[in-house]
Design a binder for this molecule. Structure first.
Ligand code: B12
Length: 110
């Protein structure tokens, strides 16, 4: 739904599908020369997976690609993830218009 909303708002979205490893995500991001990576994590593994994607991007010299996302994430973990370098984590109930406005204001062409 987030991918569709961003696409409808005019952004080019490459949706890589479910159950990707951090390495697969980082490789695709570098290969496609993206301006940002958006992750959706519903499994409770956000504290492991967000940092793993940041590390996989860094290993490819691509740590300038901003990472943001959302999912079932307790509010206290949001702050920790944002301190660890995730640009923004959106919680359930966030209006899609708020996500679109954030991307519009915070993601720029690299
Ligand atoms: C549809 C669905 C699925 C589909 C997803 C299909 C797809 N292509 O997206 C499938 C069947 C694949 C699935 C899988 C899983 N699911 Co599921 N799923 C749902 C369900 C019914 C709806 C989620 C949804 O799409 N909501 C609509 C969107 C727009 O809202 P949202 O999810 O709340 O997201 C908002 C924010 O979190 C944020 N956001 C979320 N993702 C992103 C990404 C970006 C880039 C941004 C910017 C923002 C953002 O913005 C959204 C708008 O407000 C929920 C129950 C529910 N009603 O929420 C369970 C639910 C999320 N699933 C759950 C679980 C456990 C799983 C699995 C772990 C199951 C498993 N064992 O494999 C996997 C995890 C998959 C993953 N990659 O994380 C649990 C999570 C429980 C928890 N962690 O506390 C839920 C809450 C069901 C439940 N009550 O148990 N699921």
């Amino acid at each position: 739904m987030v991918a569709r909303a961003l696409r409808d708002a005019g952004f080019e979205v490459i949706y890589t599908g479910l159950h990707q490893t951090p390495e697969m995500i980082a490789s695709a991001a570098v290969q496609e020369d993206v301006d940002a990576v958006g992750l959706s994590i519903m499994s409770g593994a956000h504290n492991a997976l967000f940092p793993a994607v940041l590390a996989a991007l860094k290993a490819r010299g691509a740590d300038d690609i901003p990472v943001f996302g959302g999912g079932i994430v307790p509010a206290e973990d949001c702050q920790r993830l944002e301190q660890a370098g995730v640009k923004r984590v959106f919680l359930p109930g966030t209006p899609l218009s708020e996500i679109i406005a954030w991307v519009d204001q915070n993601v720029t062409a690299r």
